[in-house]
Ligand binder design. Structure first.
Ligand SMILES: [Zn+2]
Length: 417
């Protein structure tokens, strides 16, 4: 194995990985959605091999997998560690010029490539706590890509450390780096059985100390309003315009609640995100989100009732109501295996952090993996302001996140004896 790799720091890795443009693309016909993600994949396979993980490889989908064999006799569950290689399709990740603001002394961080991009402790409360840290940002013209290259760098650094310190007892650890997380299809073709882990963690959270064991429950709803089409010149008393019915229906949605723009924390919402149609038929599409299944069903019933009320004020029209399941809160499965989250909390505590459970107002690859048979909560990387040019991460926090991974592996080995 290369001495350079074995001796380098986690931030050096991050700086190397963010130079690869791995932006994924919405609506792509290929998998992964952009071929360039595989360039980082090739590098990661090479580095994993240099660290001695001989089976490291990339498959046709761009999934990188590797095995760090256990070094103890007793049976310990095989643990998987996941990171995603792609960056958000919303903001360019090309020509990232990472900056290190050494020994942060408080105050605003003005990004040198675009002085209008300013990270303010008043808006980024976590930054105010990082006095004395070295803060990594982009130059303000792109995102940084700490989401999720910080997670990848941290996993790689933990592997490096375990290889260098064979005296640390651990079970078998499986590594997976995946594409296309940001477009929601990161584990679409992932072979959970072949991977062979019993439990896993995505290293894709933000504030240190947080473990995420909850995601939304999500459905999509399609409501099609049927009107009556007639030649407009001879339509008196006959034509019923479905565009007007759909508009009326949307106008009846609550203005001060139940929408993404009026809710936070554990509140759910109904969100119209597409409308299309003509005089005869108009379709309104919704995404529905709630942490509880009962809440989700209630919101759907609310929409159905509202559609009924709307339609009842027009003659000779009707509507069709269709629901499609998207994903479910991973907590429903994780509750059956409490030790997975408990061990993450314990590892966090041993690392000197205050462990906190957090819920995600969205879905994760981990939620999908959980329902594919691999229970996978999410663990913090230390990154902040994801999907923006104001993304930042502290070097000291990255080191802490590596410590959490190492403690996690140790805790699994120790408590399985
Ligand atoms: Zn991410």
């Amino acid at each position: 194995m290369g001495e350079a790799l074995i001796g380098e720091t986690v931030v050096e890795r991050l700086l190397r990985y963010v130079k690869y443009d791995t932006q994924s693309a919405e609506g792509s016909k290929t998998y992964p959605s952009t071929e360039k993600q595989k360039e980082l994949g090739k590098l990661l396979v090479k580095e994993l091999k240099e660290l001695g993980l001989k089976d490291a490889s990339m498959d046709k989908y761009g999934y990188i997998t590797a095995t760090l064999n256990g070094n103890i006799k007793q049976k310990v569950p095989v643990i998987g560690l996941f990171g995603h290689m792609d960056t958000s399709p919303e903001i360019s990740g090309k020509d990232v010029k990472p900056q290190i603001h050494k020994n942060y002394s408080g105050g605003d961080l003005v990004l040198p490539g675009d002085k209008t991009q300013v990270i303010r402790p008043s808006e980024s409360a976590e930054l105010a706590k990082k006095i004395g840290h070295d803060i990594v940002t982009s130059d303000g013209t792109t995102l940084l890509g700490a989401d999720n290259k910080a997670g990848i760098a941290e996993i790689m650094d933990a592997v490096r450390y375990l290889v260098k310190h064979p005296e640390i007892e651990h079970g078998t650890v499986k590594i997976a780096f995946t594409p296309d997380e940001e477009v929601g299809t990161g584990v679409k073709y992932f072979d959970v059985k072949k991977f062979g882990a019993q439990y896993a963690y995505t290293m894709d959270g933000e504030t240190l100390g947080e473990a995420e064991n909850e995601t939304f429950c999500a459905d999509s709803v399609k409501i099609t309003f049927h009107g009556v089409l007639f030649h407009p010149g001879y339509a008196k008393g006959k034509l019923v315009n479905s565009i007007k019915i759909a508009s009326d229906f949307i106008g009846r949605l609550p203005k001060d609640r139940l929408s993404p723009e009026t809710t936070e924390k554990k509140e759910g919402y109904v969100h119209p995100n597409r409308i299309e149609g003509g005089v005869e038929d108009t379709t309104v599409k919704f995404i529905i989100r709630d942490f509880e299944l009962e809440g989700l069903k209630k919101e759907e019933q609310f929409l159905k009732d509202l559609a009924e009320q709307t339609v009842s004020s027009y003659p000779r029209c009707s509507f069709r109501f269709e629901v499609e399941e998207s994903y479910r809160n991973m907590r429903f499965v994780l509750e059956k295996y409490p030790e997975i989250v408990e061990k993450a909390m314990e590892a966090t505590k041993i690392s000197g952090l205050e462990p906190r459970l957090h819920s995600i107002r969205g879905g994760t690859d981990g939620a999908r993996l959980t329902y594919m048979g691999l229970p996978t909560p999410n663990v913090a990387t230390g990154g902040h302001n994801y999907h923006s040019k104001l993304e930042w991460i502290s070097v000291q926090d990255m080191k802490k996140a590596v410590e959490v991974i190492l403690n996690l592996v140790k805790v699994w080995a120790q408590t399985s004896k």
